[in-house]
Write a protein that binds this ligand. Structure first.
Ligand SMILES: Cc1ncc(COP(=O)(O)O)c(C=O)c1O
Length: 399
């Protein structure tokens, strides 16, 4: 074999495959509606783009400190204090090329071969792969769909064993849009502290919460005096519509951040310098753009959920965060579409794509059978037209 065994062990990014499929169909002139998008459709706000242009002109085109420019890490500390109520110093921060890299590097820095790591199902597709690439084993734990996809603590208890070294949490969640209650997070942190698990908290959708207030896991850890070890991973991607800039960061105990920094230093040296300069403006500049985008997402969420619930056979809980709806398509399982048995949501998604050219993401890919993910990071007209098409496809499914 010319490639290493580890390549065999990991799955390609499933959601990126859907995006590629939509792009290919479009390039063939097919009128595709894409509900698989995992990023805001807005451009990065103007003042942030201007900061990047200025950075280029001022010569910020060189390597930066491996863990990130000191001014940017200071800006991150200011933001963490201002918005999350948690205090860090720049040496507790690592800036990465997107939060995905922060999460990957955290797993590399924390887990050994033989360790197990808890992941809640439905999960973001990359979590199990990060764990496997660290040669550890993902342990999938159920959540409660009727309760914001919060952890099923009895399932967690039944799967707890001495090999577990960490747990990855993600609230608001991709793919469900669910936001866990503070109680659920506190209970998990207490268990993690008792068992000595490291908690990796993926908070990339922290600013996209529509009902209630976001409280960072580390803030709950401190206010409840729990004492768990928490590595918080955050991103500029979703908050400031900066997915292509590749800027994310991790904050946590100095020992872990230093270990992550050592690995990242050998992998990529540092994050993109221009993005870091723009990131300072994003975090310290006018925040009204964040509210404007959030308000647009809120209206789209309400429209998407209403249309899905008005569709025969579908049930869709109202997600409190992120920009995904996660309707239940179970009523269409094991029926015939285009003379083919629709045995899982991969089949249903494919049937919808082939019959009405709407791209969706099957929940089976996230460990959630019966559900399909619909992103509403697109405009209202597209949402209406897309759901109309989905209804047409569903009407053609035989009883
Ligand atoms: C749950 C979750 N975590 C992390 C990321 C990665 O974000 P970034 O663009 O900062 O790498 C994404 C992106 O889709 C995500 O959905």
């Amino acid at each position: 074999m010319i490639v290493a065994n580890r390549v065999e062990n990991i799955k390609p990014s499933f959601t990126l495959q859907m995006v590629t499929k939509a792009a290919e169909m479009r390039s063939k002139g097919i009128d595709v509606i894409n509900f698989s998008v995992g990023e805001p459709d807005f451009n990065t706000p103007k003042h942030i783009r201007q900061a990047a242009k200025d950075a280029l002109d001022q010569g910020y085109t060189k390597y930066t400190a491996g863990s990130g420019m000191i001014e940017f890490r200071e800006a991150i500390c200011t933001k963490l204090k201002r918005e999350n109520g948690i205090s860090y110093t720049p040496s507790d921060i690592l800036v990465s090329n997107g939060e995905k890299q922060s999460l990957f590097t955290a797993c590399q820095a924390i887990f050994n071969s033989g360790d197990s790591v808890i992941i809640f199902s439905p999960y973001w597709v990359s979590f199990p792969e990060f764990v496997k690439m660290a040669e550890a084993k993902p342990v999938l734990v159920d959540t409660l769909p009727d309760n914001n996809f919060e952890p099923d603590f009895s399932d967690l208890e039944s799967k707890t064993n001495s090999t577990i070294k960490g747990v990855i949490i993600n609230s608001p969640s991709n793919p469900t849009g669910g936001v866990w209650s503070n109680d659920a997070i506190v209970n998990l942190l207490k268990l993690a502290n008792e068992k000595n698990w490291v908690v990796i908290s993926d908070e990339c959708y922290e600013r996209l919460i529509y009902d209630g207030e976001f409280i960072s896991a580390e803030k709950l850890n401190q206010t409840h005096n729990i004492g768990a070890t928490v590595v918080t991973c955050m991103s500029l991607s979703k908050t400031y519509a900066m997915t292509g800039w590749r800027i994310g960061y991790a904050a946590g105990p100095n020992k872990i951040i230093k270990a992550m920094s050592k690995i990242q230093g050998q992998a990529t040296s540092c994050a993109n310098s221009i993005g870091q300069k723009a990131g300072i403006t994003a975090l310290l500049g006018d925040q009204s753009c964040v509210e404007e985008m959030k308000n647009a997402f809120l209206k789209r969420r309400d429209l998407m959920v209403e249309l899905l619930n008005d569709t025969s056979g579908l049930k869709c809980a109202t997600p409190s965060g992120a920009f995904y709806a996660f309707p239940d398509f179970s009523a269409y399982l094991n029926r015939m579409g285009n003379n083919k048995l629709l045995k899982d949501t991969f089949d249903i998604s494919e049937y919808i794509l082939d019959s009405v050219q709407v791209v969706t993401v099957p929940g089976d890919g996230f460990g959630a059978s019966g559900h399909i993910r619909f992103s509403y990071a697109t405009n209202r007209e597209i949402i209406k037209e897309g759901i109309d098409r989905v209804r047409k496809a569903l009407r053609m499914i035989e009883e």
